[in-house]
Design a protein around this ligand. Structure first.
Ligand code: SAH
Ligand code: SF4
Length: 350
């Protein structure tokens, strides 16, 4: 059966044309799915009955099945979905007090980049997700929110996987989040570990989507130890690509920084980071490390966090320290999937 989400608007128009249907039917169907959150063709009452029946016989909406769900005390909820080939991926919904509802979605099953503190990196790479599989994660959350009278306001591509390693499908998905689901470009963020050619390509896309770069260390020696990709694209090349992005787009970059006790929270690292970023239109998002199974490091204490933030302030760099959301439900990148996989949590308990 054809998955409707695998078709973009033009693709759907083509299928409908073969069925002798006018092109405006595509808009009607996409409005039902993305705006009214109806995925049962029989309920699409403005379509002719014969078309509804043909759609029911030949198409389905989506391919993800829920394998596990957990809700945290802070309102964060996390889901593990099974793809049609059995791969597991994670999606997180974050509730903010100001009313924002943000989806954190995956772009790959696993990840090939091998950052040593990351649970997804530790499990290795399985496969890329299609644009449909990426979009469906956000669509399912939007549907659930709509049932409660709420709206999905933000989407971050910060779940499992490296979006720029799966560049074309990730960008296709971003365009559909904007065009079909109606999420504003400025409310979408792509996070990359620092794939230089793709950062340059992204700068030229002419999109208003936000960019986050996972930096985590400000010297090549330290960064290469944490993020093996730094050996391929060291800081000099990465920062040149980031400056190109800012020049080209006029947009601020967010640099992600995991605060690891004694490693990335030292005065030396803070000063090195200050020098690296000074004068660049940017912002630092620091987050105390989420401990993972195969990495011995631990999160920084509050004194080190404060010292880090104040050193950066001396360089004129604004830093926000993110609270670790959903810490009680393994909501760190790749952690819940790892737990479901190892049967630590009962994958049938919904
Ligand atoms: N692959 C992309 C996006 C997914 S990871 C990237 O690396 O940017 C989203 C963010 O979570 C990245 O900044 C990543 O470095 C960070 N992260 C991964 N594991 C973490 C952990 N154990 N503690 C804190 N941050 C972590
Ligand atoms: Fe992949 Fe990002 Fe995890 Fe690195 S931090 S292993 S790039 S998902």
């Amino acid at each position: 059966m054809q998955n409707l989400l695998e078709l973009d608007r033009d693709g759907l128009i083509q299928v409908l044309a073969k069925w002798g249907q006018p092109s405006f039917r595509a808009r009607q169907i996409l409005t039902w799915v993305f705006q009214r959150h109806v995925t049962d063709f029989s309920e699409m009452t403005d379509l002719p009955l014969s078309l509804r029946e043909r759609l029911m016989a030949e198409m389905r909406v989506g391919s993800l099945s829920l394998a596990h769900q957990r809700r945290s005390r802070d309102g964060t909820s996390k889901r593990v979905y099974r793809l049609d080939d059995g791969q597991l991926i994670e999606t997180v919904l974050m509730h903010y007090r100001d009313g924002r509802r943000s989806a954190c979605i995956s772009t790959q099953a696993g990840c090939a980049l091998g950052c040593i503190f990351c649970a997804t990196g530790q499990m290795g790479f399985a496969r890329h997700l299609s644009a449909a599989e990426i979009v469906e994660q956000a669509l399912l959350l939007a549907q659930d929110l709509a049932r409660r009278g709420e709206r999905l306001s933000n989407v971050v591509l910060m779940g499992m996987g490296e979006p720029f390693h799966n560049y074309d499908e990730s960008l296709k998905a971003v365009r559909r989040l904007m065009d079909d689901l109606g999420v504003g470009a400025r409310h979408i963020t792509i996070s990359t570990v620092g794939l230089v050619p793709q950062i340059r390509r992204f700068a030229d896309e002419g999109l208003q989507v936000r960019l986050a770069v996972s930096l985590h260390a400000a010297t090549d020696e330290d960064r290469s130890d944490l993020l093996p990709v730094n050996r391929r694209w060291p800081l000099r090349e990465l920062m040149a690509a980031c400056r190109h992005y800012v020049r080209k787009t006029g947009r601020r970059i967010t640099f992600e920084w995991a605060l690891i006790r004694g490693e990335t929270d030292t005065m030396e690292q803070a000063h090195a980071l200050g020098r690296l970023l000074q004068g660049l239109l940017c912002h630092v998002n620091a987050i105390p490390l989420n401990p993972t199974a195969d990495y011995a490091g631990s999160p920084s204490g509050s004194e080190e966090v404060e010292r880090f933030v104040s050193i950066l302030a001396d360089y004129g760099i604004r830093t926000t320290v993110r609270v670790r959301r959903g810490i009680d439900i393994d909501a760190g990148c790749g952690q819940l999937r790892a737990a479901v996989q190892s049967n630590e949590v009962n994958s049938d308990a919904l």
